[in-house]
Design a protein around this ligand. Structure first.
Ligand code: ADP
Length: 428
């Protein structure tokens, strides 16, 4: 019970914290990506401005016209120089200077220049697949040289951005990895926290379970003595009890039996919780058990003029805890009588199917509403309309525990005002 609860806390905590962490790291990533993207834009724009200034000087100095840019920029950083390209054109679109060592960018640039593909002042990011293996990226820009509102020429500039793109992908992968690892860590922390938070609850629940188990166990003996004492008094013809006293004694006997039933039920529940419920399996005759129960409940049903119909088939031997099976069927028959109006009918039917035997207790009583049906096997659950009847909501939960302990199960079909059918399914 606590395990399920703990798992839910851990799951929810891990989920929400991971989402939060993911959101935070993603927003940091997006911000840093945006900033470095802006930086890429400003690099290419600066290069374009510098080169357009160069073009201006060259156009105004015929001596320098057609001089290779490399010659002029020999003092520039070689690494940087190898990552950029520039093309300068005059007003007649004659080449003034040209430098491009990025071979893989050339086909696109030549096409873009000859076919006028690029717009002025706009930065383009272009991916190229080199040797069918390496994806490379460059940024490029077309920039006009305008002096005193006169168009004098234009430059095309570009910078390789492969390294930058790879860096971005790498950071993103690290981010995913970090989030995955963080998830494990968060789960571990959540688990530790849930354990710590639930420690006192589990402890007090354990104490409570132990108390219920001890109390019900201790109460059984004095109660059995009271019940057998009452039996002896009832059978003793010599006692001088008045009819009124006999009635009172009868009532005490009934209440003591009710109390015994409740205590027995509490003991089973507590033992099941403590995992100390014992199962003593033996081979026994199903028909014997059903006949015994029929005889036991016949009088009780008769008081409400309810007819119990017992349909037996060829006897089946069952390997299970006989007392448990008796108890389950007693709960189902007792309920059928309890929740069926006077003059009703109860059918007890046995069917054999392959490796299973199905014992059905069918009544034409008040039935169970659709809302109540999923809950009737829960501990202490009682349907709203059953509150007037005697009961404590433990019967079916115990029947379920005992059925499962004996590798069986209980199913139910019910319709309000029509009746119910409870099936105990056991392996044979
Ligand atoms: P209790 O009978 O003590 O209330 P149970 O666990 O045996 O507790 O049953 C739980 C609820 O299921 C009951 O309160 C009742 O509403 C419903 N129930 C069980 N058996 C029947 C039945 N044969 N017909 C109608 N309702 C039933």
């Amino acid at each position: 019970m606590f395990l399920e609860f703990k798992q839910k806390i851990v799951k929810d905590y891990t989920f929400f914290t991971s989402i939060l962490l993911m959101a935070i790291s993603l927003s940091i990533y997006v911000t840093s990506f945006y900033m470095s993207y802006k930086e890429q834009l400003s690099h290419i724009e600066m290069l374009a401005i510098e080169e357009s200034e160069d073009l201006f000087y060259k156009l105004n100095d015929n001596g320098l016209k057609n001089l290779s840019i490399k010659e002029e920029l020999t003092t520039e950083d070689e690494g940087y120089f190898a990552r950029i390209f520039v093309y300068g054109f005059d007003i007649r679109h004659d080449v003034v200077f040209e430098h491009n060592t990025l071979e893989w960018s050339k086909s696109f640039m030549e096409k873009a220049i000859s076919q006028d593909l690029l717009e002025y002042d706009k930065v383009y990011f272009k991916f190229e697949l080199v040797d069918n293996r390496h994806l490379k990226l460059f940024t490029t820009m077309r920039y006009p040289l305008i002096e005193q509102q006169k168009f004098l020429g234009e430059v095309y500039v570009g910078i390789e951005a492969t390294h930058w793109a790879r860096e971005q992908v790498r950071i993103f992968c690290y981010l995913i990895l970090f989030n995955l690892l963080a998830r494990f860590f968060i789960r571990y922390v959540a688990y530790r926290m849930a354990n710590k938070a639930m420690e006192p609850v589990v402890q007090s629940f354990e104490q409570q379970k132990q108390f219920v188990a001890n109390a019900s166990h201790e109460l059984r003996t004095p109660l059995s003595i009271i019940i057998s004492g009452l039996e002896v008094l009832k059978l003793d013809d010599d006692n001088k009890l008045s009819p009124f006293s006999r009635d009172v004694m009868g009532d005490i006997n009934d209440e003591a039996l009710r109390m015994k039933k409740l205590i027995d039920n509490l003991l089973i529940t507590a033992r099941n919780d403590n995992k100390t419920l014992k199962v003593n399996k033996n081979l026994f005759s199903l028909n014997d058990v059903l006949t015994k129960l029929y005889n036991k409940f016949f009088l009780l049903a008769d008081r409400k003029n309810i007819k119990i119909n017992l349909n037996l088939i060829d006897d089946i031997s069952i390997y299970a805890d006989k007392l448990h099976i008796e108890q389950i069927l007693a709960i189902l028959i007792d309920n059928a009588i309890k929740y069926t109006a006077e003059n009703g009918r109860i059918n007890i039917k046995v069917q054999k199917q392959k490796q299973e035997v199905i014992i059905s207790v069918i009544d034409n009583g008040k039935g169970i509403s659709k809302e109540d049906l999923p809950h009737i096997f829960e501990r202490f659950y009682r349907a709203e309309k059953s509150h007037t009847d005697y009961g404590n909501g433990l019967g079916l939960s115990i029947a379920k525990i005992l059925a499962e302990k004996n590798n069986g199960k209980i199913t139910v079909e019910s319709e309000e005002t029509v009746g119910s059918c409870f099936n105990l399914i056991l392996k044979i």
